[in-house]
Every structure is written in C-alpha cells, then in structure tokens.
Design a binder for this molecule. Structure first.
Ligand code: SAH
Length: 292
C-alpha cells in the first residue's frame, strides 16, 4: 500500500490586532473633527457620541455670528453630556471602591462622568493609542489618575482581571466588533450581578436589512451597524440579561436637527442619520443588562 505524503500546512501567525482593527485605529488616531474637539474644550469632557433631549432653539436666533457659533457648540455639548449622564445613571448604585470598564472609551469623557457620579475607579480602553494618551492627559489635568485610567488595548481581549468589575459599558462603540466576542469579554470582567449598559445605533429588524442610509453611515465610520435583534441574541448567549430597554430615537432627532444647522461643526453625515431615523430603518437604543 502506498500513502500520499501528508500536505504540510504552514502556520501563519495570527496578528494580535486584525487588519480591520488597524484601520479603525488609524481612523481614530487621525480623527480631529471640530464636533469632537470644540465641544470637549468647554469643560474638558470629551464625548464622541451623539446627544439626547430637547434643543434650546433660541441659540439659532443669535445675531452675532461668533456668539451664535459658541451657543450652538455649547448646546450640542449639553445634549451629548446628557446622553453620557443617562448612560451613567444605569450603572449604579456604585461605591468609590467599585471598578468600572469603559469599552471603546474614545477621548475619555464617559469614564470621568462615571467617576464624578460614583467616585468609582474606571478603566477606559481604546484601540487608538492617540486617544488613550489624550484621555490620560485629561485625567492628569483633573487630578484623577489614581482612579481613572485609559489603556491602549483591544476591548475584546483586555487582559484585565476576571470578575473585578461592578459595571461596564459601550457608548457607541459596539458597531466596530462582533457582539459575541464583545459580550463574552464583558461577562468575563463583570462580577455576578454586575451591570452592563450599551447605547448604540442599530438597524431596525422590522424595516428589513440595513437601509441605504445605514450603509452610508457604515462607510463613513468604517463600521458595521448590527440589527437590534442581534444585541438580545448575543446577550442571551453571554450571561447578560436585559433589565431595561429604551428607544432613544425620538430623543436624539433634535440633536441631529441642530447639528445640521451648525456649519462650523458638520461632518457631512447629518442627513444620513436624520433620514435613517425618520424612515424607521435605524434606531438609537439603550439596553441595561445584569450579568448572571
Ligand atoms: N465611547 C466613547 C467613544 C465612542 S467612538 C464616547 O462615548 O465618547 C468609538 C470608540 O471605539 C473609539 O474610541 C475607538 O477607538 C473604539 N474602538 C473601536 N474598536 C475597538 C476595539 N476593538 N477595542 C477598543 N476600542 C475600540
């Protein structure tokens, strides 16, 4: 009997960070949109997410163009800050000895909001080295480095201690990753009874597949928006049991209407968001879940 020689497979080393993740990191390392930087400068709380709540439309009546710009900037920042406070309000109750994990932390605003509210320790993780460095500088400026720390890491593989966290969240950062991998890491890091919160845009299953506008948003940010259903499936598979679900779509539309009027801050994606929310293909969702 003769046997064919066994084909030898060469082992290709798996990079710690995928090519896609490198591209996402490049995007955020280079990102300097005024809508992210000008708003943050107001109080050194840098949010890279959208806003919720009613707009004070009198800001547009301002006659002096310089003052008008300043008032619009401040109003958008107020709405973004309300969104961060809304998320943080679902993390608690927490005490100063508790530790929280901010997955996909951007320039760091969310971790500071949690620390100011609860006095807790916070670990923020971003795939952008630039963002982590910037956020740590802000923590230094605020003198909270003993409690708030930012790390240049992958939120799917943080290397942090299992069960060490009382709460964790993703604020508009879930569209960059596979939800099962992400929720497995949250479930590993959270203690039993810990709280997970997500605020995200998701596409609406009742509309069908991703609409043209949702696809435009994906292309703009190099991301992959998940359908609403996928959040619940992936949570159920990863020991996360929803306790509160809130559709924030109506609450975020005024933010986009005002942002569209802000010539000094627009990024060009405003119409896609507004159409997607209005035609029902896209939703802005908050889910709070308990880790069992
Ligand atoms: N949560 C922040 C930033 C949202 S922007 C805020 O609310 O302000 C999206 C963030 O997700 C960016 O900081 C980006 O670096 C981060 N991100 C995307 N993929 C990531 C990954 N695999 N690991 C860690 N961070 C990631």
């Amino acid at each position: 009997m003769t046997t064919a020689p066994v084909a030898r497979t060469t082992t290709v080393p798996v990079p710690t960070q995928s090519t896609y993740q490198n591209r996402v990191a490049d995007y955020w390392n280079a990102e300097e949109n005024p809508v992210n930087l000008e708003l943050g400068k107001i109080d050194d709380l840098y949010h890279h997410h959208y806003g919720v709540g009613n707009v004070d439309w009198t800001v547009l009546d301002e006659a002096d163009p310089e003052v008008r710009r300043e008032r619009v900037t401040a109003e958008l920042h107020r709405l973004e800050h309300s969104q961060a406070e809304l998320l943080a309000s679902h993390l608690g109750p927490l005490t100063p000895t508790d530790r929280v994990f901010d997955a996909g932390c951007g320039r760091g605003g969310g971790s500071v909001v949690a620390n100011l509210r609860y006095g807790c320790h916070a670990d923020g993780v971003t795939i952008s080295a630039k963002q982590a460095e910037f956020a740590n500088e802000m923590a230094m400026k605020r003198d909270v480095t003993d409690k708030v720390r930012y790390h240049h890491r992958n939120m799917l593989d943080t290397g942090f201690e299992s069960g060490a966290y009382s709460a964790s969240w993703n604020n508009e950062s879930t569209m960059y990753v596979e939800l099962d991998l992400l929720f497995a890491e949250h479930a590993r890091l959270l203690r039993r009874g810990g709280r997970y919160v997500v605020i995200t845009g998701c596409y609406n299953d009742t509309y069908g597949r991703a609409s043209r506008e949702v696809s435009l948003i994906n292309a703009h940010y190099i991301c992959d928006i998940h359908p609403r259903s996928e959040y619940f499936r992936a949570m159920a598979r990863n020991r996360l049991v929803p306790v509160h679900v809130e559709d924030l779509t109506q609450a975020t539309i005024p933010y986009w209407e005002l942002r569209k009027e802000a010539d000094h801050l627009v990024t060009g994606i405003e119409d896609a968001f507004l159409s997607a929310y209005r035609n029902g293909s896209f939703q802005y969702l908050l889910i709070a879940a308990d880790r069992v």
